[in-house]
Design a protein around this ligand. Structure first.
Ligand code: ADP
Ligand code: MG
Length: 701
């Protein structure tokens, strides 16, 4: 193997051959030597200690003993054959057993030779035995350098059959590591290595596969995880620079009439400090002459709407139109009403465009949009249809990004000669680590403060045993003039059953809260849009005291008088959904409550979700727990393939490393924006390779 390089295909390695290399591709996706090097152990076994048979105790997870196999016999039984061997360490003997592959193992078992065995001891009929132990010749064990910690690699049944179980992989990878470590160049800039106290790259690959000590393994792992996160952040920051600083944007230099009039005469409250800070961030972006690409995160009720409106007014003051896009018609409708109410009789024209706007109304609206008579157009996906032509679109606000695909956003860009500024607003708080990766090429602003005067929602967890008490509580709240949401899960896979639950629940509520004293509205997915709207209206106007619904109300219902959210089968909801639902109450002046109804028996994750909900109202904290429970991919949902595929690092575990990686990547880019310095050449090459290998590292194009 004279000239083995990281890029050398595995099939060219001595002793691998086409069959095994094919299996490595199909089973583990490993093509090159570099892939092998990046196939990291998932744990290490301490092989520095030897045990004596007489000392074996039940606490031993695994034991390692030196000695001789004195005899081995195959027993054929009903189900197949069994191999039993006797092992002698000079003081005592112990039985070794194999229940599979007896014949094959017997053929290769080194009987009457000095060996090292390793396995988990089991007590059977008062005697210790080892099932399926590892057996290695002592001479081999000793020549294996390091020897102390044995890496354990992920493998598969098929690979194991070809001799590439964990041990087989270890041997192969060890060889590759020693072959190529000489040509592995350092990718990280010297100052980064120094600042993070990282081992160099070649050493990291050697140590991670063959550590002398646990510390050495740790240090090597850390270095490799950091490297991956650092390259990812470099990629994202470079991309961010491309879509902001390198892409011209309309300059909104004026703060004019509309903004000032609204601020001075219409704004019914003082902005929170967070709102002021975010507005400053946005205004700074809009005045650079570059394109704004900003994510605004703010929990339900944090006051994103007014931020969006003030930004839209800035657009108007500079002679541009704004588009505000919502994921559903209900939400779009509410935005329209909310904006109109905030604007009062100011001469700012806000219109609504959804799929339901048809015929001549639509034609007129499109005309006025194209002539520039409309200042702010609120709508759904309908906004991005090709027929919708703006006179001068300068800003697009996208509400609830989670439901808006990336491709749709790209269509927006095409609606103006110069790409409109983009403000993405989400009420689903994104864990910081995800914001730094999945949205790493956006600037982020956070509304981390609720408007004053809100009483924190009280959340409790109850089971069916307390149902009567819960109903009594609802009755008391209604007597005080409050309104109640009662939400049932609706999961597509179990839609029919869920629908039945909802209807049963509705019936029992109607029985408990009968007409004419009470009115119960109901909204679910099988109703026609008109009927839904009518029922919602009854609730919104206060004619119905209770709204029974499936999760359709999750987005965009605003009834400030509603003070109780009851969630049935709460254990079936995800954390972010629970949090969103809870956000429907607590919007008025009254103390609000969230009651999580569940079965008595709960799985561990479900319990953790409900506990988290009862403990905190902080959406960011909830998002962190959600990510721990479900992993980053599921938190982002399938619509957004925004979670970068990472081979070594883990967004939950490696949070601190990620933060440092982002900071240092920014520092390096500040010093050398184009990475033109000779000492940054290896980094530049590493970035190119990484980007080729991981096409999903950048999501907006
Ligand atoms: P969200 O971030 O969920 O979209 P909204 O923009 O709908 O929140 O605001 C929630 C409520 O809080 C609205 O009734 C809004 O008028 C009110 N609000 C927003 N900002 C403030 C503020 N600074 N002070 C008082 N009330 C505010
Ligand atoms: Mg909102």
């Amino acid at each position: 193997m004279a000239d083995v390089r990281p890029s050398t295909p595995i099939e060219f390695l001595k002793g691998v051959g086409p069959k095994r290399s094919d299996a490595l591709v199909s089973e583990l996706g490993l093509h090159t030597c570099m892939d092998l090097l990046l196939h990291l152990p998932f744990r290490y076994e301490d092989r520095s200690q030897f045990h004596r048979i007489v000392d074996i105790e039940s606490e031993h997870v695994a034991v390692q003993i030196q000695g001789v196999i004195t005899q081995a016999n195959e027993f054929r039984g009903g189900k197949g054959s069994r191999l039993v061997a006797v092992f002698d360490d000079g003081e005592a003997t112990i039985e070794l057993q194999w229940f599979r592959g007896a014949q094959w193992i017997l053929r290769n078992l080194p009987v009457q030779k000095q060996v090292v065995i390793y396995g988990k001891p089991k007590m059977y009929k008062g005697k210790w035995s080892l099932a399926h132990p590892e057996v290695e010749l002592l001479s081999q064990f000793e020549t294996r350098q390091g020897g102390g910690l044995q890496p354990v690699y992920p493998s598969t049944e098929k690979l194991s059959r070809q001799g590439l179980n964990s041990q087989g992989l270890a041997k192969l990878i060890r060889n590759v590591a020693s072959e190529v470590s000489g040509v592995l160049t350092e990718t990280l800039p010297a100052r980064v290595l120094k600042e993070m106290h990282l081992v160099d790259r070649a050493a990291a690959f050697r140590h991670v596969h063959q550590p002398a000590t646990a510390q050495e393994a740790d240090a090597a792992m850390t270095r490799l995880r950091f490297e991956e996160l650092f390259l990812l952040q470099m990629t994202l920051l470079q991309h961010k620079k491309k879509v902001t600083q390198d892409l011209p944007g309309v300059r909104f230099s004026e703060v004019g009439e509309a903004f000032h009039t609204f601020y001075d005469t219409q704004l019914p409250f003082e902005l929170t400090e967070a709102q002021k800070r975010v507005l400053r961030e946005i205004r700074a972006d809009l005045n650079t002459g570059w394109h704004m690409n900003r994510l605004l995160q703010g929990d339900v009720g944090s006051g994103k709407t007014v931020v969006a409106l003030l930004t839209a007014l800035l657009a108007k003051d500079n002679g541009y139109q704004a588009a505000i896009m919502a994921p559903t018609e209900i939400l779009a409708q509410q935005h329209l009403e909310g904006l109109r109410e905030l604007l009062g009789d100011m001469p700012v024209r806000v219109e609504l465009l959804t799929g339901s706007v048809k015929g001549s109304a639509r034609a007129t609206l499109l005309e006025d949009l194209e002539s520039g008579a409309i200042d702010i157009l609120v709508g759904t996906h309908a906004l991005i249809e090709p027929k919708v032509i703006f006179a001068r679109l300068g800003l697009a606000v996208i509400d609830e990004q989670h439901r808006f695909g990336v491709a749709q956003r790209a269509k927006l860009w095409k609606k103006a000669k110069v790409a409109p500024h983009i403000l993405v607003m989400t009420a689903t708080p994104i864990p910081r680590t995800l914001a730094m990766t999945a949205y790493g090429d956006l600037d982020t602003s956070v509304l981390d403060e609720l408007p004053p005067g809100r009483k924190p929602i009280q959340t409790v967890h109850r089971t069916d045993a307390s149902r009567l008490k819960v109903f009594q509580f609802l009755e008391d709240q209604i007597a005080e003039g409050r309104q109640i949401y009662l939400v049932y899960p609706l999961i597509e896979e179990s839609a029919t059953l869920d629908h039945k639950d909802l209807m049963d629940g509705y019936e029992s509520i109607v029985r408990r809260f009968p007409v004419p004293n009470y009115q119960v509205a109901i909204v679910h997915g099988r109703m026609k849009a008109d009927d839904k709207a009518w029922e919602m209206e009854r609730f919104a106007k206060g004619q119905a005291q209770i709204l029974v619904a499936t999760t359709v109300i999750e987005v965009g219902v605003n009834v400030p008088n509603a003070s109780v959210m009851v969630i049935e089968s709460a254990e079936r909801f995800g954390l972010s959904q629970l949090h969103q639902l809870r956000g429907r109450v607590g919007r008025g002046a009254n103390q609000s409550y969230c009651i999580l109804m569940s079965a008595t028996e709960l799985g561990q994750d479900a319990r953790r979700r409900l506990e988290t909900m009862c403990r905190t109202n902080d959406g960011f904290e909830i998002a962190e727990v959600d990510m721990e429970l479900r992993g980053p991919g599921d938190v982002m949902g399938t619509q957004q393939s925004g979670v970068p595929d990472l081979k070594v690092a883990d967004l939950v575990r490696d949070r601190p490393l990620l933060t440092s990686a982002r900071y240092l990547a920014q520092t390096v880019l500040d010093e050398d924006p184009d990475l033109g310095r000779p000492d940054h050449l290896p980094l530049r090459e590493a970035l190119e390779t990484a980007l080729k290998a991981r096409s999903n590292w950048v999501r907006i194009s």
